[in-house]
Design a protein around this ligand. Sequence first.
Ligand SMILES: NC(=O)c1ccc[n+]([C@@H]2O[C@H](COP(=O)([O-])OP(=O)(O)OC[C@H]3O[C@@H](n4cnc5c(N)ncnc54)[C@H](OP(=O)(O)O)[C@@H]3O)[C@@H](O)[C@H]2O)c1
Ligand SMILES: [Zn+2]
Ligand SMILES: [Zn+2]
Length: 335
Amino acid sequence: METQGFAVKQEKAALEPHHFEIESPDNYGCVIRVLACGICHSDIHMIDNDWGMSNYPLIPGHEVIGEVVEIGPQAKHLKIGDRVGVGWQRSSCLQCMDCLRGNENLCDDTRALIATGPGGFADRLAMDSRFVFPIPDAIETEVAGPLLCGGITVYSALRYAGMSSGQEIGVIGVGGLGHMAVQFAAKLGNRVTVFTTSQDKADFAAQLGAHEAIVVGKGEAPVAPSKPLNILLSTVPASLDWVPYLNFLDSDGTLSFVGVPDEPLKLPLFPLLMKRRRIMSSPIGGRAIMREMLDVAATYGIKPIVEVFPMEKVNDALRRVRENKVRYRAVLVNS
Ligand SMILES: NC(=O)c1ccc[n+]([C@@H]2O[C@H](COP(=O)([O-])OP(=O)(O)OC[C@H]3O[C@@H](n4cnc5c(N)ncnc54)[C@H](OP(=O)(O)O)[C@@H]3O)[C@@H](O)[C@H]2O)c1
Ligand SMILES: [Zn+2]
Ligand SMILES: [Zn+2]
């Protein structure tokens, strides 16, 4: 099946129209007609080859919402016409202890969608149906995509950091991931503080559910929040001075990284040691917690706020992401 997409052909280049073939699915395979696809900052890291795992031509896009148009004989949990989503993960081994525990995202044989084949900036996407997720009716197509990478990443990271309710949760960076983290934490009954470099985001933070917003000027140290934090989630794709943030944690508090800084962490031990604090990091989420997150989002009305662009305007949308102008997630739609 001849398919049209948008590919980057060399590191850091603009995307260009690109044709490729999709074969009819066998076994657990399926083909999805792409309706919408979010732009995650990881697409930018991959376009730029920041992680040294990009293969060109590279078709980005891993927050995909679409309609099932073909299914293989064993893809029994799907039917033609189902509205489904796909995130960062193309597949895993499904046999190892991590996979058996429902942590497919931790599998040694995990395959990232856009590192191992075409992603969602295209008309169609061929997938292993076992990594395709039904979308609850309550979540509209244009806002659903960002949940499949950004949403699952922050939900899973907060849960594995111990988020329940009645806690003090901080979020650094109110971009695509951050604005969803605020909503999950607040709607599940926590008090939320955001740290942002953007004044307009601080002004808007209460509408996302935040209780406190701290603007951090370029090169300036952040002001302390009014209460010590149980969990502080960094969604920033850059290196900051993390020491003040460590000191904002309560005893036994956790600083969790989902944003990927461009340098290795360099941290003194004492702010951790003296208060028994922890540092963790977390990749996306497994299939069970993905379903749980979609259910929580539908039940509690957690919705990404999106700027919608026609798929052909992909380069304009990417530029706005790079310039930190998007409020709060760019989504490409196919006509
Ligand atoms: N762990 C995972 O599995 C996983 C999954 C998805 C994405 N990620 C990573 O998470 C990061 C964020 O992704 P995203 O899609 O949310 O990106 P995004 O929409 O571009 O948002 C990132 C936000 O970080 C803040 N920021 C950016 N540069 C900064 C700087 N130099 N100093 C301070 N703050 C800065 C900005 O927030 P303010 O305007 O509020 O300051 C910006 O909106 C990326 O590194 C991405 O690769 C990881
Ligand atoms: Zn992503
Ligand atoms: Zn495995």
